[in-house]
Structure formats: C-alpha cells, structure tokens
Design a protein around this ligand. Structure first.
Ligand SMILES: C[S@@+](CC[C@H](N)C(=O)[O-])C[C@H]1O[C@@H](n2cnc3c(N)ncnc32)[C@H](O)[C@@H]1O
Length: 180
C-alpha cells in the first residue's frame, strides 16, 4: 500500500525552505516518483531516483516524460548499496530517503556512501514511520528519531535536526560538514 501520495502543503513548504530551487537531488527508494515530480515541477530541481522495483521505476519515468522538462529527472534500477558506483563524489545538494530506510541493509555503509556523493554542505533527509505506525504493513524495523540521529552522528553528519511535518512520520535532516 503506498503511504506517500502527493506531498502535503506543509511538506512542500518544508522542501522549498530546506532544499530550495534548482538543486541536484538524489531520491533513494524513490518508488513511483511522487516526491521527485514535485521537486522537478515546482522547485526546478534535477532529480535522480534509485529503486529496486522495476514497475515503479517504469511508472516514475513515464510520469517524468509526460509532466516535466526532458532530462530533469531519471529513475534507475540501483540498489542503495551501490550508489557510490552510479554517482560521482560530491554530486548532490540533497539526498532523500523517504519511507525507505527500514528496507535498507548495512545502514552505516550506506550513510557513508551518501556522504561521498553529497557536496560539502549538502543535506540528507530521512523520513520514517513513527514506532507505532504502519506495523501491520510490513515486518521491517522501526526507528526512533534518536536512533536515526545517532546513526547520522556516527557517520559524521552534523547539524542534526528533527522536524514535525506529519504526526505519523519522523523527519530528520543533517548536513555533510567539511571545509571548502
Ligand atoms: C515504502 S516505499 C517508499 C517509496 C517512496 N519513497 C515514497 O515515499 O513513495 C520504499 C521503496 O524503497 C525501495 N527499496 C527497497 N530496498 C531498496 C534498496 N536496497 N535500494 C533502493 N531502493 C530500495 C522499494 O522498492 C520501494 O519502492
């Protein structure tokens, strides 16, 4: 069952403030491209999506073809554990993991690969189900916001922040630090 439909007004405002216009964004576990479509069509971002579900990838790319400027978005088949092979060092201004963290294995390795492909000052966005939400939907693990922040801190991200966008979801952002 899809949890993410069109982003809410609050989410749109949040993404506009936190990502901004014309940025380069990677959406990990992008599904059928709902979030990407908003970022492309309203914020003029360039979005790459990765997912493992070929049906969702096809649907995302169809949406992009019909509703956005050619070349601004591409969803491809790629396991999150291989993003450092698909994308170069310091490519992205923002990386999103929306309702997908609980599907991913070896999170510490994935977070360090995300740091590799993010620009210095680039942001990671993790939205996850709250502990008591969606338990009947799958058998995947649930994370508290403290657990997510602790993993990000260990991976070397800075400026960890908790945002209240939706009563059932945690939204955490963090920044790749460094001198440049
Ligand atoms: C609950 S859906 C969320 C989709 C989308 N982010 C949204 O909010 O609508 C989780 C997505 O993560 C994808 N996924 C699961 N494991 C993955 C992996 N290792 N690498 C990339 N994507 C993965 C699934 O195929 C699925 O499309």
């Amino acid at each position: 069952m899809p949890i993410t439909k069109a982003p809410s007004l609050l989410m749109k405002k949040f993404l506009k403030n936190e990502i901004g216009n014309s940025k380069r964004v990677l959406d990990i576990g992008c599904g059928d491209g709902v979030m990407a479509l908003y970022l492309i069509s309203s914020l003029n971002c360039r979005v790459d999506g990765v997912d493992l579900d070929k049906g969702k990838i096809r649907r995302a790319n169809e949406k992009f073809r019909k509703r956005t400027v050619k070349g601004l978005a591409l969803c491809r088949f790629c396991d999150s554990k291989n993003i450092d092979e698909q994308f170069k060092n310091e490519t992205f201004d923002a990386v999103l993991i929306i309702h997908a963290l609980h599907h991913l294995a070896d999170l510490s390795s994935i977070l360090s690969k995300i740091k590799y492909i993010l620009k210095v000052g680039g942001k990671i966005f993790i939205e996850e189900y709250r502990h008591n939400f969606g338990e009947k939907l799958d058998n995947c693990p649930r994370f508290s916001s403290n657990k997510i922040k602790s993993m990000l801190n260990t991976a070397g991200f800075r400026y960890l922040r908790d945002h209240k966008i939706h009563e059932n979801f945690i939204m955490i952002t963090a920044v790749k630090g460094g001198i440049k």
